[in-house]
Design a protein around this ligand. Structure first.
Ligand code: HEM
Length: 157
């Protein structure tokens, strides 16, 4: 097989290189668009998805605990940032808005701790129920404190 016999292969190769270049630019741009808080959230998201896939499996508990540590580190770091949405809240209500955000994040951290205890005790069914509670906290936190952007994924993501 040669490029001379199959000239379209050359075009195909060029198209692949172009597609790769475009997709890496797109993801770099997405990353640049993220706020510092958004970056902490993304790190939490990757670990949280992994937890969701394996929380019921006791043989994965060591790794699930590691993912939980990642979630905890990033949730604690998130406390140091203010949501972008603050700017859209009237000045007189901003302090209350930030206090509410921080309280929500601290509540989430308490739930993280509960899941850690359940996993350490080998109570995986309980940990799975706690996972659902965390999804609820995520949904509520996003509904209240995250700007809804056009074309953005739904609040639960
Ligand atoms: C399982 C827990 C959570 C996960 C996996 C998660 C995940 C995410 C993701 C993926 C984003 C979008 C990041 C981006 O691409 O810009 C985001 C944004 C955000 N999340 Fe969460 N989140 C969680 C819990 C929470 C909680 C509990 C709160 C508030 C109490 C919260 C507040 C926010 C805010 C305010 C933003 C927008 C970022 C900004 O304003 O700069 N999240 N989250």
């Amino acid at each position: 097989m040669s490029l001379r016999t199959f000239p379209h292969l050359r075009q195909f190769g060029a198209a692949c290189v172009l597609a790769l270049a475009l997709s890496s630019t797109a993801s770099a741009q997405q990353d640049e668009e993220k706020t510092p808080l958004g970056k902490k959230m993304s790190a939490m998201n990757t670990a949280f998805k992994a937890v969701g896939r394996q929380v019921e499996d006791p043989s994965k508990n060591a790794n699930t605990l590691e993912q939980l540590a990642t979630i905890e580190t990033n949730a604690k770091a998130a406390l140091a940032f203010e949501p972008e949405k603050k700017a859209k809240v009237p000045t007189a209500q901003q302090a209350k808005f930030i206090a509410g955000y921080q309280a929500g994040m601290k509540e989430f951290l308490v739930t993280v701790e509960k899941m850690r205890a359940a996993l350490k005790a080998g109570k995986n069914a309980e940990a799975a129920a706690i996972y659902d509670a965390m999804k609820g906290q995520q949904r509520d936190g996003h509904k209240e404190y995250r700007i809804k952007k056009a074309g953005a994924p739904p609040a639960s993501i």
